[in-house]
Design a protein around this ligand. Structure first.
Ligand code: ATP
Ligand code: MG
Length: 556
């Protein structure tokens, strides 16, 4: 049980909120969800599931400049794909009228004022945590004037940036968030994706979030640690009206939502910020939000991560109150753990060279039966055509090899073709540039795997695919997106820190059993790693993405 679950359990025992548990996941629809959001999702939805409560989805759509329905749709799709179910879908924009009315109430009670200073002037007067700030010259405007100006702001009579509505709290408060925080700003440049041109003023996060929780009846409002310093303000704003306006919440007098915080997820070799991800997308540094190198949910999915692997990773890292950095290796380890158990093994030759078995009769064909996963006959078998000409990996043949080379070399050792026969190299052919074009070998007809002769051991086993029936496939070899462990802590611009080798593309020869694969099918390419069929893959143009290499550095 994590520390927030312990709090919830105790609240239930004490019958707080009449035993009601209600959480929310509150994304701003200004980008696609990333794996950091998944940590919050697993917490918000997980608490509701575990304690018989409800988790609602609330879009925190208070800034029309950056928000869009494209993001709303993708967020809902990703949450469902992860396997979570929300109760209701709410939008902060549904509360614009109530929030505006509350702002008027604050003004009438002398708790808010319209400030005409620039953002820079306001920032200069903020002071520092150890020095008090200075009052704005507009702080003591009469209520009537504040009302008139705020209404003029909403009426579209005031240009963007010329005025803001600020809470009149305390410019000397040791908590900087209490130094007359901005409640409302003017935005007329962009229509809102849901309310269109209805509003010219929009509430700031601090004036919208707690109230939204309150209107909906949230009991446990869970977020990340950077909001700890906002919590007193969250409580302050609600306390100013809650007991006088029972109609704003159906949960009765005394009801209050409470905010709890846990540590954000940060992972090495990536960035965890929608703003930076948007930059990568807009500048074409990645192929899109779902580029398999992106830490987005759709990127991870396209990379071959399953919802189960992502959720199991979140389980492993847990929730604390200390910020830290998680090793990317742990995420890769988690997906390997799952795919190891279920991904069928297949052969894909990345750098093919032709192998001719000179003593195998021309025109003869046979079928090799191989287990999908060695040693797990219950997972079925597949049929591999076999004939005189095959593709093998170029690196599995050396013309002049020493004793330590166990694979193919003329006059060298016996080598087993995976699931098939034992062969021995006899020579090779080269083109004018000296590149090997064909390797020659002979096979032992009595050495077939699965027969008595199949038990004969060799030092090496190599991969192959039948040349006649092999398919060509585009294979995208993805690696970590950034070359440095913590791009966000680096003084250089994060875009200069991209790993130049994060994508290498090869054209592979793959076995014919892959002719009818579908996007999201998972495979282990023997000796190569875990691969998934890309969303753009078709029967005519097969595309596989590398999910993870085979080697696991994490366990060391
Ligand atoms: P970003 O900084 O990437 O834009 P954000 O916090 O602005 O993220 P929101 O859409 O506001 O994005 O986040 C919705 C919820 O997801 C919030 O409750 C937030 O605390 C949580 N969240 C965002 N990033 C992380 C993270 N890296 N780890 C855990 N939770 C996160
Ligand atoms: Mg945010």
């Amino acid at each position: 049980m994590n520390f927030i679950e312990e709090i919830v359990e105790k609240d239930l025992q004490e019958k707080k909120n009449d035993g009601r548990i209600q959480t929310r996941f509150p994304p701003e629809p200004n980008g696609y969800l990333h794996i950091g959001h998944v940590k919050a999702i697993c917490m918000d939805f997980g608490i509701a599931e575990k304690f018989g409560g409800v988790c609602n989805l609330r879009f925190d759509d208070t800034n029309p400049v950056k928000e869009d329905v494209e993001y709303v749709d993708s967020i809902m799709h990703d949450i469902s794909w992860l396997g979570f179910h929300w109760g209701n879908v709410y939008y902060a924009s549904d509360y614009f009228q109530q929030l505006y009315d509350l702002a008027l109430r604050f003004i009438r009670e002398g708790k808010a004022y319209v400030d005409e200073q620039t953002a820079e002037q306001i920032a200069q007067q903020k002071g520092t945590p150890t020095e008090p700030g200075q009052n704005s010259p507009y702080r003591d405007r009469p209520v009537e004037e504040n009302l008139r100006l705020f209404e003029a702001m909403q009426a579209g009579e005031i240009p963007d940036g010329k005025m803001v509505l600020r809470a009149k709290i305390d410019m000397a408060n040791p908590n900087m968030h209490f130094r007359d925080p901005i409640m409302y700003r003017i935005i007329t440049t962009h229509p809102h994706h849901r309310t269109g041109r209805r509003w010219n003023v929009y509430p700031m996060y601090d004036f919208a979030h707690g109230q939204s929780d309150y209107f909906e009846g949230v009991t446990h409002s869970i977020c990340t640690l950077e909001f700890v310093v906002h919590r007193p303000l969250y409580d302050y704003f609600i306390d100013q009206f809650a007991d006088d306006e029972p109609s704003l919440s159906p949960w009765g007098k005394g009801y209050r939502p409470h905010q709890y915080e846990f540590n954000r997820l940060n992972i090495t070799y990536t960035v965890m910020s929608k703003r930076k991800m948007l930059q990568l997308v807009k500048e074409g540094l990645v192929a899109g939000w779902d580029d398999p190198r992106m830490p987005t949910v759709c990127g991870l999915r396209r990379r071959g991560y399953t919802a189960q692997a992502i959720r199991s990773f979140i389980d492993k890292i847990g929730y604390t109150k200390v910020e830290g950095m998680i090793d990317l290796g742990l995420l890769e380890h988690t997906v390997r753990e799952e795919l190891k158990e279920k991904a069928p093994r297949v052969c894909a030759i990345f750098d093919p060279v032709r192998l001719v078995i000179t003593n195998y009769p021309e025109g003869q064909k046979e079928t090799i039966v191989a287990e999908n996963i060695d040693g797990k006959p219950e997972l079925g078998t597949r049929q591999l055509p076999f004939s005189r000409e095959l593709w093998i990996e170029r690196q599995d043949f050396l013309e002049n090899a020493d004793k330590n080379f166990y694979r193919l070399s003329p006059g060298g050792r016996e080598v087993r073709l995976k699931s098939a026969y034992i062969i021995q190299a006899t020579g090779c052919e080269k083109d004018a540039d000296g590149n090997i074009t064909t390797v020659y070998a002979t096979y032992d007809p009595d050495s077939k795997s699965g027969t008595e002769g199949g038990n004969r051991k060799t030092k090496a086993t190599i991969n192959w695919v039948d040349a006649d029936t092999a398919l060509s496939a585009e294979v995208r070899l993805y690696d970590r997106l950034f070359a440095v462990e913590n791009p966000s802590a680096d003084e250089r611009d994060f875009r200069e820190l991209l790993n130049p080798d994060s994508l290498r593309v090869v054209t592979a020869k793959v076995e014919s059993s892959l002719h009818d694969v579908k996007p999201q099918d998972h495979f282990q390419f023997l000796k190569q790693g875990y691969f998934v069929v890309d969303d753009d893959s078709t029967a005519e143009h097969l595309i596989f993405n590398r999910t993870a290499s085979l080697k696991d550095n994490w366990m060391k």
